[in-house]
Design a protein around this ligand. Structure first.
Ligand SMILES: Nc1ncnc2c1ncn2[C@@H]1O[C@H](COP(=O)(O)OP(=O)(O)OP(=O)(O)O)[C@@H](O)[C@H]1O
Length: 733
């Protein structure tokens, strides 16, 4: 089961041998001696010319380990990992503190639990004391009468062995005699001593003695199946890993065979609140396949899947077939989340990772939002908003970050950010959606300006053609980071008129915005290709999938291939709030690097606290702008920008044709500052560049007279077709 190191080839020993000047010829010669001559391909390296002439195959397998010629070389080859003298949990301050916290809370709970039950335990002991006394008398009598020898004597009687019986009876008489004497002496000394003590003792000592006697008798009278103390804490079922248990699981999962078992390059040991086994799989399989079979491994270990965590071991200590299997003592997500560490104090540098949550072992998993975008997806009530708010709170604590916050639901979840955000929007009323569209258009335009500005910066200031903290802090350059956070994104992306444009603008921002400091955060409770189209999703570098209903929804968040790589957020339980699969947090973006994270908690009151601190920071830095200081958004809109969308907004899909005068009146109502003075002729002129004719006669009803008539108007389909065409052009670049 465990690997035999002698059977493995030691490359470094062989290399050391060669570099030490070992005679190559000799080496090959020795090798020939130890291999089967019939099968050996080894040739003398000195005879290379001969070798090329004779078409003999070139050796590819290395020299034998057993031939290591020098002691030093063999020592140099020992690359085994040394196990730490002080266990890691004792060296890690965090783990030590967590163990200390656990011990303190556990034992104080147990003590308090039993302390409050003292009267109950006293009652139990008093009730059981007579039984204990009876047991004591019975046991003493049996001892004195040598009751334990009874069955042997009876056996002698049954066998009619008179000689044996007489021998046993004599032995019994002798025993009873000296035991009787011992008991009499004990009674003669013990009883008067007890009586004297009772007389001499004060009243409380008397009571103490009585209580002690009752307690002892009560304990003696306690039945085996009814312990005196109640259970203060139920210990969950923990699986102690052993080589046999792990091998059985891998066999059951089809990851090794009875004649080709897994090996253990390191001992199985405790690691945090669980066990860790490092496993080398057989050569014909690999660690990625094992990760995909997590549920089968869990079944083989007879545990819930949530306790079983296979991971690839990477780097020089790793191999594609080396797996680290961590098995938690209990469901790691059964306990509540820790509070977000920046609630009460601390600031943030958005260019560095910010606290986000912990993995299954309780290790901190930070999140780097700069130069990436984040997508959060989950079914409702699983912690999507809580998770999405954390990076925005972090960004708020860095005063140079400009916040744009939109919430498609429009409830209380994001209102606190009004005090620090440059732009906000709640709900999906027309003006909010239009304001989002305008905001995104302005950001796309600003993105180009940002690139132009960066292009003018000398390489010593801007070495990588992207913003740095130093560049962002120069207010005159206007290159500060911008975070656009949109919760319930499906409500905006599914908007009948502006949805398509919102998606295409965001795709553009996700594609080219990160280098110039524009970050996008989208959260949706409808993770599918409709709410978050693939083109947009694929341009989002970091993704976080909390519980979803199906593996398809999980893939819609995490990306194609995540399910086959073994990542499926639909397997989370409803109780696992705030738990999700995080992809790309380490900047690799590779599906294999996904980690399961339980987010830190920041409830509504905590959000208020953080936003208050963030506002103070921003006031001090002089970076409060826009909505936060009551400035209305700069209207960059002219009629030409949004006319087509505005017409689709005011003409519902059910109204196929509508008079120009009606359209103009409704437009004026929607945006009086833009269309207030418009006449039908102006509408016709404005639509001309889009090759839409207003001259068509349209049947309609006059709202004042109620009479039907044919007048000049538009067909809604023409407008919709023009919008589709425009969006197509924009997408194409
Ligand atoms: N990390 C966490 N640990 C424990 N509970 C959490 C965590 N995150 C969220 N919750 C709980 O989950 C509940 C739902 O969270 P949240 O409001 O973020 O869900 P949601 O997915 O945004 O729901 P909806 O889509 O309906 O808005 C919250 O009331 C909160 O108590």
């Amino acid at each position: 089961m465990t690997s035999n190191p002698d059977e493995r080839f030691d490359w470094s020993a062989a290399e050391a041998e060669l570099s030490d000047g070992a005679d190559v010829v000799d080496l090959a010669a020795r090798r020939r001696k130890t291999t089967d001559p019939a099968k050996s391909f080894a040739v003398d390296l000195d005879d290379e010319a001969d070798q090329q002439d004779s078409d003999e195959p070139v050796p590819v397998d290395p020299p034998d380990l057993a031939m290591s010629s020098t002691f030093a070389a063999s020592l140099a080859g020992k690359t085994s990992t040394r196990r730490p003298i002080v266990p890691p949990w004792l060296r890690s301050r965090a783990e030590l503190a967590s163990a200390g916290r656990w011990a303190l809370s556990h034992y104080s709970h147990v003590s308090l639990y039993h302390l409050t039950r003292t009267p109950k335990y006293a009652g139990r002991l008093t009730w059981r004391a007579p039984f204990g006394a009876a047991r004591l008398i019975g046991a003493t009598t049996r001892w004195v009468c040598d009751a334990e020898g009874g069955p042997v004597r009876m056996a002698a009687v049954r066998q009619e062995n008179a000689e044996l019986y007489l021998k046993l009876s004599r032995q019994r008489d002798a025993r009873v005699r000296w035991r009787g004497i011992v008991l009499s002496i004990a009674l003669l000394i013990g009883a008067p001593t007890a009586a004297v003590l009772m007389v001499l003792a004060g009243s409380w000592q008397r009571w103490l003695m009585l209580a002690g006697a009752v307690a002892l008798l009560g304990l003696a009278g306690t039945p085996k199946d009814k312990p005196l103390l109640d259970v203060a804490a139920v210990t969950p079922r923990a699986r102690k890993l052993s080589a046999d248990v792990v091998t059985r699981a891998f066999l059951a999962a089809g990851l090794c065979k009875a004649d080709d078992l897994i090996t253990f390059p390191a001992p199985i040991m405790r690691d945090g609140p669980g066990w860790r086994a490092i496993v080398d799989l057989p050569f014909w399989t690999n660690a990625d396949k094992a990760i995909k079979k997590r549920d089968q491994l869990a079944a083989g270990l007879d545990l819930d899947e949530v306790q079983v965590w296979p991971e690839r071991v990477r780097g020089s200590a790793g191999s594609a077939r080396r797996l680290s299997l961590w098995v938690a003592d209990e469901d790691p997500y059964a306990k509540g989340s820790g509070l977000w560490p920046l609630i009460a104090k601390g600031t943030v540098d958005i260019f560095s990772p910010v606290p986000f949550g912990q993995d299954q072992r309780g290790r901190d998993i930070p999140l780097l939002l700069m130069f990436t975008s984040l997508l959060v997806g989950a079914i409702p009530r699983m912690g999507k908003t809580f998770a999405a708010r954390l990076p925005v709170l972090a960004a708020a604590l860095d005063p140079i970050v400009e916040l744009h916050v939109y919430d498609g639901k429009g409830g209380q979840d994001w209102r606190a950010f009004e005090r620090v955000a440059h732009r906000v929007g709640f709900g999906v009323r027309d003006e909010v959606v239009l304001s989002l569209v305008e905001d995104l258009r302005a950001l796309v335009a600003d993105m180009n300006r940002r690139y132009d500005t960066i292009a003018t910066l000398p390489p010593d200031i801007c070495p990588e053609s992207k913003v740095t903290r130093g560049i962002s802090e120069r207010r005159s350059l206007k290159l500060w980071p911008v975070l656009v956070a949109i919760d319930e994104f499906q409500r905006y992306s599914g908007h009948p008129v502006h949805g398509e444009e919102i998606v295409s603008l965001l795709t553009e921002l996700c594609k080219v915005g990160p280098s110039v400091g524009i970050m996008i955060l989208l959260a949706t409770q409808k993770p599918d290709g409709k709410a978050v189209p693939t083109d947009l999703r694929d341009n989002i570098g970091t993704r976080f999938a909390l519980k979803t209903m199906t593996w398809q929804s999980s893939e819609a968040v995490l990306g194609a291939g995540s399910y086959t790589a073994g990542y499926d957020s639909s397997r989370f339980q409803r109780a696992h709030k705030g738990v999700g699969i995080l992809l790309g947090a380490d900047d690799s973006g590779s599906v294999e690097e996904a980690v399961t994270v339980r987010t830190n908690l920041a409830a509504a009151k905590d959000v208020e606290t953080v936003v208050t601190r963030a506002r103070e920071l921003r006031e001090r830095a002089g970076t409060l702008t826009g909505h936060a200081i009551g400035q209305a958004p700069e209207t960059t809109t002219t009629a030409g920008d949004t006319l087509l969308d505005d017409i689709l907004t005011v003409v519902p899909a059910a109204e196929a044709k509508v008079w120009s005068e009606t359209v103009v009146a409704r437009l004026a109502e929607l945006r009086p500052e833009v269309y207030g003075a418009w006449e039908p002729g102006q509408l016709a002129a404005a639509l001309k560049p889009h090759r839409i004719t207003v001259g068509r006669q349209v049947w309609g009803t006059d709202p004042t007279t109620g009479k039907g008539a044919n007048r000049k108007g538009i067909h809604r389909d023409d407008i919709a077709a023009a919008v589709t065409e425009r969006n197509r052009h924009r997408k194409a670049g």
